[in-house]
Design a protein around this ligand. Structure first.
Ligand SMILES: Nc1ncnc2c1ncn2[C@@H]1O[C@H](COP(=O)(O)OP(=O)(O)OP(=O)(O)O)[C@@H](O)[C@H]1O
Ligand SMILES: [Mg+2]
Length: 237
């Protein structure tokens, strides 16, 4: 579903992403791990088509993201680390706007909006301005906006930052249920325990280079460690 080939991103002479190669299958949850500044957000922005690679290419569901961004973006949903919402729209208005942009049938959209607002316990806030929402509430509205679109690929950058424990649990269940429908999830995270629990494979990026990639058990075996935390620290020494 996602194919990344020889991906390079330079900012002037600094190489933030250095020759990354990776594929993520349909229905797979891929965890992208790495220390601060390793190149995770830069990579995810290039997959989302909002930052251009210096070299290399990214194919999503057979579509080249740089050459055909409009078509590719219809299949991709991106949730950035800082939730972006229009402060002067209500939650319901914001979700309707997304539904209109992505040409979702109004009736179907209204049904999904109610469903997701209820799932995220935001029904009583549906008609309040987003500017008054907490960080976690904005994040939930963003997630609702993404799921409503039925994307083929979901890109998350630090998805659970600011979510309370119950919402994190909901989030994990929701991610797993998406993959049952064949959705691919690419998730940057610092929460190794979550990566261990829900990701089929993880990749560790360090100074722009992928230093390890595979199922968690394999990564532990390579460094002869019992926990992902210990293996991670070893790979990023
Ligand atoms: N627009 C930019 N201009 C210059 N340098 C940038 C830009 N965006 C990112 N970088 C640099 O690229 C490197 C990778 O940054 P990136 O945001 O991808 O890291 P990250 O792995 O997401 O880190 P974190 O875990 O802190 O979110 C960093 O050194 C960062 O300073
Ligand atoms: Mg980042």
């Amino acid at each position: 579903m996602i194919e990344i080939k020889n991906l390079v991103k330079k900012f002037d002479s600094f190489t933030a992403v250095n020759n990354l190669n990776l594929t993520v299958d349909s229905g797979e949850i891929f965890g992208f791990l790495g220390p601060n500044g390793a190149g995770k957000t830069t990579t995810v922005k290039m997959i989302a088509g909002i930052m251009f690679p210096t070299l290399g290419e990214i194919i999503v569901d057979g579509i080249n993201v740089s050459k055909n961004p409009y078509e590719a973006k219809k299949k991709i949903a991106y949730i950035p680390d800082e939730p972006f919402v229009y402060p002067n729209l209500t939650a319901r208005e914001f979700l309707r706007l997304i539904a209109d942009i992505y040409e979702i049938d109004r009736k179907q959209a209204d049904k999904s909006i109610e469903e997701y607002l209820s799932k995220f316990e935001l029904l009583d806030r549906a008609d309040k301005l987003l500017g008054s929402f907490s960080h976690g509430m904005k994040q939930k509205v963003m997630v609702a906006g993404v799921l409503m679109r039925n994307p083929k690929v979901i890109l998350f950058d630090e998805p659970t930052v600011g979510l309370d424990p119950k919402s994190v649990k909901n989030f994990k269940e929701m991610i797993v249920s998406q993959t049952k429908k064949g959705v691919s999830v690419f998730m940057c995270t610092h929460i190794l325990e979550m990566a261990e629990k829900i990701c089929g494979r993880v990749g560790i990026i360090y100074e722009g280079k992928m230093v390890s990639c595979g199922p968690v058990e394999e990564i532990l075996r390579v460094k002869n460690k019992n926990s992902l935390e210990d293996a991670f620290l070893e790979f990023t020494k």
